[in-house]
Design a binder for this molecule. Sequence first.
Ligand SMILES: *Cc1c(COP(=O)(O)O)cnc(C)c1O
Length: 397
Amino acid sequence: MPADSELTKVGELNPTARILLGPGPSHVPHRVLRALASPTLGHLDPEYLAIMNETRSLLKAVFRTQNELTLAVSGTGSAGMEACVCNLIEPGDEMIVGVNGVFGTRMKDVAERCGATVHAIERPWGEIIEPEAVADSLVKHPNTKVVGLVHAETSTGAHQPIEDISTIVHESGALLLLDAVTSLGGHTLDIDGWQIDACYSGTQKCLSCPPGLAPVTFSDRAAAALDARKTRVQSWYLDMTMVRQYWGEQRVYHHTAPINMTYALRESLRIVLEEGLEPRINRHALNHRALRAGLEALGLNYIPRHSLTTLNAVHIPDGVDDARVRSRLLNEYNIEIGGGLGPFKGKAWRIGLMGASSTKGNVTYVLAALESLLTDEGVSLPAGQALSAANAMYSTN
Ligand SMILES: *Cc1c(COP(=O)(O)O)cnc(C)c1O
């Protein structure tokens, strides 16, 4: 029987439980996986509507915002990006985008597809966008409606400062849009305090939930811009004027929410708030400092001057085979790390310490594994130095 032979060829699903230290996804705690496996409700069942409301409240707390228009877009982080851009931009609008890595490049692409005239502020990969550059661009382009920046550029490890830029953007009357996919739940992010007008994130980075939803939040100013649109939103699926009626009181059917993913997100947000935002951010910072000390002891130097704590991007030393080291890490140590993208392809490693993956145990294990693999690659290293450097960081904190 053909059906039987397919069944023989395709065995029962049994993926390996990897140690996820790449640019996302990060380790998903059992509590979140159990939530995902709970019975599927109807998407208009009163029980599910209550779960949606609870998820919104938790999202507001984690985003640190009172914004009414806060919800989870159906789709991954890129859907969040597209939702923010396409709801704020109408054809002919002007938008400034900071382009210093993959995700700024992607935001520019999305904005152009929405019909925006994009003024890119380009910087070499690994660098940040300075406040003066944003100020200059706003002087040159006074009709700018939206300024879009990436808070945590996962392709380069650069940590973009936001507060000063926010003041500059608001003085010009423009809206500030922030990509917080790799910062929400890992770095300080204060939507209301920093007056961010629109922000999107993803579930699989520092929230430690499987990929599939994109938390978004829009300030009252951004919601007013949405209400003032003269044209319909380019995307039917991501049109917040409709999606908000499903998440809001009206409960108007738009599309079926990914029910079980909402359960998972709800549980992952509860875990974030149980730990507390401040202690969680401090945990990410401490594990980053220890990893950094260890990596530098191995001769692995950081690419960005302003590094994220959630993503560590380092140069691969000359003579070391990128693919061989990463495949040995995966096959012999069960550890996933990321390779370089774009100009860093074959030249950089990206080690993520996001959410539940940011632990002392993981820092210790990956440093030990890298020391051994780099030694095999012919790098001469004094044994144990990386772990001593990391331990020194842990004992002084
Ligand atoms: C991962 C990531 C995205 C895209 O998210 P997907 O879930 O892959 O769609 C966007 N921006 C940044 C900064 C990211 O790290």
